[in-house]
Design a protein around this ligand. Structure first.
Ligand code: FAD
Length: 410
């Protein structure tokens, strides 16, 4: 078969390699002047290419439509991915949280081995070329229209694998424009929404703490009164609001409607202590200097940047001597430390979202082949499908697995 793969990101490159392995004649079309522009940025330039957890745990880390990925993950699972990259000449290592990285610590090594394999497999790679239309006859693929160096022409093929990404980090090429092509073909789409994205808040007491990283805290994220996420780990205060692993994960569990209802992040700054234990700890700290000002008594309990804001919220005069602080005031302090609340006003949008939620509806794709249920010979792979995962290498695993399965053009 003549197979045209659209999009030279991880999903597209893997699909092209897999299609060539299945003895097809493969053309890979990428609008950028190089392959894997977003892949280059992944893992802060180190590329967390997968996760070494037991295969079943991959599903626990997929937020949207995990069951859809059953065949794809079992066709090429995380161990299979590491093995495949090993065969292609990429040495890998496993770090904290089972995250797998190239031993070189450079995402370019991942791109290099893929490029080498595309070349070896005889894939015709066309850069600076954009697919502008997908052509069908009788609900079967007949070709694509490409724009190469400003001129449009058609390219006949028997199968098209769409791997054009979502809408996040649009400067890397995944600007979502190919969803319009699919809409024209009547493919069912789910509205796109930024996920794994930092939260904004307009409270200057919060934004003035920029640079403060909190480790070992527990957060509870509520939409109105409903808890949408709770987790333990690390978070970061920034000039616009909140970021860091816990916040990115939380964002993946919020819906657009949650922002209208009002999202609140409540931080338990001392999750290891019960309210009673915390009160005893505060009393011990106060006892170390009975005549100290309240503001000078919290240094062992809290990071410096947080102290002023906590004091303000307690309503206790910062110069009040600790031996004059009442039981009621101490309980108020405990309450704040166990539930430091921050109102979220929005998120940083697609420009800063690690991943896109939404895209091609999984209900319109055959999960055991990645083929469209309505158009024969049209396949999908990667982030453009309505499935997304948490950080840790799981999103790239989705790209490798769906790309590999789509490439078989079954
Ligand atoms: C900053 C950042 C860091 C990340 N780090 C990690 C990480 O460490 N681990 C992890 O698992 N995930 C990570 N991700 C997520 C991961 O990058 C994506 O899941 C992955 O890139 C999706 O692959 P894809 O091939 O589906 O799409 P993309 O990588 O977006 O590739 C799509 C390609 O299609 C091309 N294209 C689009 N339309 C057309 C067209 N009409 N014609 C021709 N070409 C077209 C685009 O130019 C683009 O190159 C990160 C994301 C970001 C933004």
């Amino acid at each position: 078969m003549r197979v045209c793969v659209v999009g030279g990101g991880p999903a597209g490159m893997m699909a092209a390699i897999s299609a060539a392995e299945s003895k097809n004649t493969v053309t890979l079309i990428e609008q950028n002047d190089k392959l894997g522009k977003k892949l280059f940025l992944t893992g802060k330039g180190r590329c967390n290419l997968t996760n070494a957890c037991p295969t079943e745990e991959l599903f626990d880390n997929v937020v949207t439509n995990p069951k859809f990925l059953y065949s794809a993950f079992y066709d090429l699972d995380n161990a299979g991915t590491v093995e495949m990259f090993g065969r292609l000449g990429l040495a890998t290592k496993v770090e904290r949280g089972d995250r797998v990285f190239p031993k070189s610590d450079h995402s370019s090594s991942v791109i290099d081995v893929l490029k080498r394999e595309l070349d070896r497999a005889g894939v015709d790679v066309r850069l600076r070329t954009r697919v502008t239309r997908i052509e069908c006859s009788d609900d079967s693929i007949s070709g694509v229209i490409i724009n190469e160096k400003g001129s449009e022409r058609s390219l006949e093929c028997d199968a098209v694998i769409m791997a054009t990404g979502g809408r996040s980090y649009p400067l890397t090429g995944s600007d979502g424009s190919s969803f319009r092509m699919l809409e024209d073909l009547g493919i069912k789409l789910v509205d796109c929404f930024p996920a794994l994205v930092p939260f904004e808040c307009d409270d200057c007491d919060i934004t003035s703490m920029q640079g403060l990283a909190l480790k070992n805290v527990e957060i509870t994220v509520r939409s109105g009164k409903k808890t949408v996420y709770s987790g333990f780990g690390e978070m970061l205060f920034t000039h616009f609001g909140l970021s860091g692993p816990l916040i990115l994960s939380a964002s993946s569990y919020t819906q657009p409607s949650d922002y209208k209802k009002g999202i609140t992040v409540s931080i338990d700054l001392k999750p290891a202590l019960s309210a009673e234990e915390l009160d005893k700890r505060i009393l011990r700290d106060f006892a170390k200097g009975q005549n100290r000002d309240f503001a000078n008594s919290l240094g062992e309990l809290l990071p410096n940047k947080l102290i002023s804001c906590v004091i303000k919220r307690t309503g206790i005069d910062r110069h009040k001597k600790v031996n004059l602080i009442t039981k009621q005031e101490r309980h108020r302090l405990c309450e704040i430390l166990k539930g430091f609340e921050i109102k979220v006003t929005g998120n940083r949008g697609f420009d800063e979202a690690i991943i896109t939620r939404g895209g091609v509806s999984t209900s319109s794709i055959n999960p055991s082949t990645m083929e469209s249920k309505s158009i024969k010979g049209l396949y999908f792979a990667g982030e453009m499908i309505d499935t997304d995962a948490l950080t840790g290498g799981f999103n790239l695993q989705i790209a490798w697995s769906t790309g590999y399965l789509a490439g078989k053009c079954k």
